[in-house]
Design a protein around this ligand. Structure first.
Ligand SMILES: Cc1cc2nc3c(=O)[nH]c(=O)nc-3n(C[C@H](O)[C@H](O)[C@H](O)COP(=O)(O)OP(=O)(O)OC[C@H]3O[C@@H](n4cnc5c(N)ncnc54)[C@H](O)[C@@H]3O)c2cc1C
Ligand SMILES: NC(=O)c1ccc[n+]([C@@H]2O[C@H](COP(=O)([O-])OP(=O)(O)OC[C@H]3O[C@@H](n4cnc5c(N)ncnc54)[C@H](OP(=O)(O)O)[C@@H]3O)[C@@H](O)[C@H]2O)c1
Ligand SMILES: Cc1cc2nc3c(=O)[nH]c(=O)nc-3n(C[C@H](O)[C@H](O)[C@H](O)COP(=O)(O)O)c2cc1C
Length: 595
């Protein structure tokens, strides 16, 4: 099939003009492709311009934006998908229709590629948007206090700027598929269309099934059909402790074979692990419920034995709100009930910290559940993501992971993180996996560009992959790794590999920060400040700056240190340092993979 020529983004037309001309070209082209006589050609079908703007860290909102565009173009729209980072490409004074899809990170913050857009939108000088019709799809996770907060902020701000909300915002939890699809269908139907398009009565409405399958958005599907909803049962070939016996932590290196899966990945991608729950915990829950596990319960339209459902389909550790409310109700515990008051959220948070479902069941035997009621109050078990720590060029057919084990004691019980301990203790030789493509966490396209990588703890994972990749392709750009952990003696992950890379020159610099090897804490950001002049010189030479690891504290502190380097070594004012860092982000020279 021939390609329909479309105007480039840079063509000097506004959105309406561009859409009209593109429609015209499409009409011309269908004639050129063997249609009717020139004089008899019906006017080209005019499609209505629609901007679909996404903010996304790990690709969910981005993939959804593409799905929405596909559905929109099967209606009467000419959709244009843009990342929020490219908001300057929009003529905000003339844009008429907007569907905004975004996730939330951190403390109700925008994802990285939405930060500059948010600065623009919330600024006092942002334009009036009276002509704009919009709707917002917010992605989030109810486990976070500020659920869908950034989507909410965008929704409110667009309205405050005069834009007209044509359909109510949808706030989606991690199992977003059904809610996102319902929002999309309603929002597309609610957007105003001009008279011309409305007169195209009889234009066939798309079959709802053609609006796309929202179930397989975040991951690639291999030619063999393996994806998030059909994970590949991969063989675990290596399960090795990276930390020494005297370490305060347990971090492991896993090697997994992708042989026979058809799955491929690039450095910067993540591996999704579909773990199952700990059988001993499932059995304790069954005993507390007074069940034998054979009771049939509904699971996604099917019926399964309760024990299987608890092992494979539901989160059985973290206490979901619905379960807490049900226990409070059934046990008539006034204290629990009181904590459900939104005004008591701090008290509730404190109560929930370190407590799991089993604790509530044991503490409130008066709260009786039928098996079906119990599972109805639980959340669906979600896959966990792990940054891939290998290059496929260095380890063909394999994928490596670097995983910190979540094991702790609370309220007198030993607790285990679901996926990290599944990999370490229970995987046997079948680990159900899928590849999640990273959208924007990539080595520089320019092989000569320097790279600065800040990866304390398991944050080092993608950087092992980056460095292996650069060595495999013979990239000449210099590589500088900042690594931090508690103690050099027991926690220096991949020490021999990195030292060998340093000796051969693949790594130009390796800077370490062992936080507990001395009286005062030393973190990677302290080392950045110590090396400020050199770091600034690398940035001036076009270095790309990467951060991976803990989102809660480390990534924020490293960001602050980067600003400090710009001020102290670069001589920039506070404001100029902020501008410099924003520019690095917009040039995709500052990328993060934080969790
Ligand atoms: C894009 C991305 C990349 C990632 N890459 C990596 C990686 O390379 N390596 C890696 O190790 N992880 C990585 N993670 C994190 C990983 O996905 C999991 O979240 C992590 O392994 C924990 O999962 P789990 O199932 O073992 O624990 P879960 O069952 O999810 O339990 C974790 C929960 O336990 C509770 N908890 C933990 N410690 C305590 C404590 N001391 N006291 C009380 N409660 C506590 C907290 O509520 C915490 O949320 C990544 C995450 C993302 C989003
Ligand atoms: N929410 C939390 O409280 C919490 C705590 C720990 C880990 N985690 C999570 O646990 C997972 C695995 O963690 P990990 O084992 O990879 O490593 P990590 O806990 O991030 O530790 C790696 C190194 O970073 C240091 N560190 C602590 N705070 C830091 C800060 N503000 N800035 C820079 N460095 C800092 C640690 O020092 P010290 O340990 O000596 O302080 C350690 O030396 C991650 O998902 C992380 O987000 C969460
Ligand atoms: C480190 C981290 C922080 C998050 N913080 C929040 C949050 O504060 N509020 C929320 O509703 N969701 C939060 N989420 C959940 C994401 O918004 C959600 O998974 C979303 O679907 C991701 O979409 P994306 O892949 O397009 O970025 C967080 C997820 C991660 C990994």
């Amino acid at each position: 099939m021939n390609q329909i020529p479309l105007l480039p983004e840079t063509a000097p037309f506004n959105t309406e003009q561009r859409a009209w001309i593109n429609g015209y070209l499409a009409g011309m082209f269908s004639f050129a492709g063997g249609g009717a006589m020139p004089g008899l050609v019906a006017p080209p079908a005019q499609k209505e311009p629609l901007l679909i703007l996404f903010g996304s860290q790990t690709g969910t909102a981005e993939a959804l934006a593409s799905k929405i565009a596909k559905a929109a173009s099967s209606k009467s729209f000419a959709p244009r998908v843009l990342c929020m980072a490219d908001y300057t490409k929009v003529d905000w004074k003339s844009e008429g229709r907007l569907l905004l899809v975004t996730s939330t990170y951190g403390d109700g913050d925008p994802p990285d590629n939405a930060a500059a857009f948010w600065d623009f939108l919330k600024s006092e000088t942002s334009p009036q948007l009276d002509q704009l019709h919009f709707s917002v799809l917010a992605l989030g996770d109810t486990n976070y206090e500020k659920f869908c907060e950034f989507g909410k902020k965008c929704d409110e701000r667009l309205e405050a700027l005069g834009a007209k909300r044509v359909h109510a915002r949808a706030d989606c939890d991690v199992d977003y598929e059904a809610a996102a699809k319902a929002w999309m269908e309603a929002a597309l139907a609610a957007l105003p269309v001009a008279a011309l398009a409305q007169s195209r009565q009889g234009a066939k409405e798309p079959d709802p099934s053609s609006l796309g399958d929202f179930a397989s958005l975040r991951e690639t599907t291999s030619p063999e059909g393996y994806c998030k909803t059909n994970p590949f049962p991969a063989k675990l070939i290596v399960n090795r402790k990276l930390t020494g016996d005297a370490s305060g932590k347990e971090t492991r290196h896993f090697e997994i074979s992708l042989e026979g899966s058809g799955l491929e990945y690039e450095v910067g991608d993540a591996l999704g692990v579909c773990a199952t729950n700990c059988p001993a915990l499932a059995d304790e829950i069954l005993t507390a419920l007074g069940c034998d596990g054979e009771e049939a319960v509904p699971v996604s339209g099917d019926e399964l034995p309760l024990r299987k459902a608890l092992l494979q389909h539901f989160e059985i550790t973290k206490i979901p709100h619905d379960f807490l409310a049900a226990v409070a109700e059934r046990s008539a515990d006034a204290g629990l009930k009181a904590m459900l008051d939104p005004a008591k959220k701090d008290e509730l948070k404190k109560f929930l910290w370190g407590r799991e479902i089993i604790d509530l069941l044991l503490a409130h035997p008066a709260a009786k559940f039928t098996p079906a009621e119990f599972v109805a109050s639980l959340k669906k078990l979600q896959p966990r993501l792990y940054s891939i720590s290998s290059s496929p060029k260095a380890h063909p057919g394999q994928v490596h992971l670097t995983v910190a084990q979540v094991r702790y004691e609370s309220h007198g019980r030993q607790r285990k993180g679901v996926a990290s301990t599944f990999l370490a203790d229970r995987a046997g030789d079948a680990v159900p996996v899928f590849v999640q493509v990273s959208h924007g966490f990539r080595i520089p396209k320019n092989n000569d560009a320097p790279m600065i990588m800040v990866g304390p703890g398991t944050g080092v994972a993608p950087f092992r992959a980056f460095i292996e990749e650069r060595r495999a392709i013979g990239a000449k750009g210099r590589n500088w790794l900042f690594f931090g952990e508690q103690r050099a003696e027991t926690d220096f992950f991949y020490r021999e590999e990195f030292e060998a890379m340093l000796a051969e020159g693949t790594l130009a610099k390796l800077t370490t920060a062992f936080s507990r090897d001395q009286q005062e804490k030393i973190y990677v950001q302290n080392r950045m400040i110590e090396h400020a002049a050199e770091l600034w010189a690398w940035l001036q030479e076009g270095a790309h700056f990467y951060v991976c690891g803990d989102a809660g504290r480390m990534a924020k502190d490293v960001d602050a240190a980067l600003h400090t380097v710009c001020e102290t070594a670069g001589g920039l004012s506070k404001e100029a340092a902020v501008e410099f860092v924003i520019k690095m982000k917009s040039e995709k020279r500052y990328q993060r993979d934080v969790y």
